[in-house]
Design a protein around this ligand. Sequence first.
Ligand SMILES: *Cc1c(COP(=O)(O)O)cnc(C)c1O
Length: 380
Amino acid sequence: MNKIPLLDLKPQHDPLHGEIMQALERVVKSQHFILGPEVESFEASVAAYCGARHAVGMSSGSDALLAALMAWNVGPGDEVVTTTYSFFATAGAVSRLGAKPVLVDIDEPSFNIDPAKIEAVCTPRTKVIIPVHLYGQCADMDPILDLGRKRGIKVLEDAAQAIGTEYKGGRRACSMGDMGCLSFFPTKNLGALGDAGMVVTNDAALAEKLRVIRAHGSKPKYYHSMIGGNFRIDALQAAVLAVKLKALDGWTAARQKNAALYDAAFAKAACVKDGRVKTPKAVYGASVKNGHIYNQYVIRAEKRDALRQHLDKNGVGTEIYYPVPFHLQACFKDLGHKQGDFPLAEKAANDTLAVPIYPGLTPDMIQAVVDRISAFYQAS
Ligand SMILES: *Cc1c(COP(=O)(O)O)cnc(C)c1O
């Protein structure tokens, strides 16, 4: 059997190749590279897709988080509560503005922030809570939204891995909090041909402020009432993403079908029956169609690092998202945390492994991944 990479974009791009090239050609001929009609039309499409009123294109998911926090004037003296277990940008955006990330452990089995542990760390300085919808399923939003309303704390959804994910009642990621951030990094479910991101909100005034922030705080041009940055999405990326957005539901369905094939194959494997491997579950969106959109299919595995080596030798691409939680990162030493502070996140960092789940993976390839994992445990 050939190599099975963690991600292969060819099955997504090949059928759209002509349309993508036409979109690129149209933008090149228009000479309108910064913002403009391609961006506006893509923003409207994404807002509608998320079930929200406004969307503002940004240069990346990281810049979307940064701009969103800037729109609330988050800065020194402010605290922002978030999970200790996410991609670096979630906490990095907080620290870059001089505010303090206040970290919380995850719940099992969702890998998302444990809502029951948030209130205890809130103080009068807490300005924002950032739940992350990790791997493609929503954090438990209801208690977080209730807490935010009760204490006057804003809620910013980090939906970088969760475009189109539905929570209880079918509410979509980015439509529930005060703002939501998307990433179009190439590995995300809707990926650009480079970096791009977006902030989504129902609040017209925030959307307007975000448009000013992404252009150096300039309005009108060359008159600056605030300091922003260059956080603009490229028209080229917006034009390509608009083509790909039309295929997103099909890709999501393919990821879910692949997850079901994994679940079925793993259910028959001895390493799952004896508990050495655990498969992922849709938790808070279990009753809705897109309760999990599987940006990643993440198993929990005994002897994870040895298993990963075995799979690498046998041609299966995997990744660890993420090997070090925020509270143990060298750059966050000043937060004063130590090993043992957030045991569930630490355990996840030690035993999670993402296996290939991309649309275009065949049933044979999925069975081969499960077989190679089974073979590792039979031999060990
Ligand atoms: C990818 C990602 C980001 C950052 O997005 P970029 O577009 O890569 O800057 C932020 N948060 C999470 C959870 C992500 O997965």
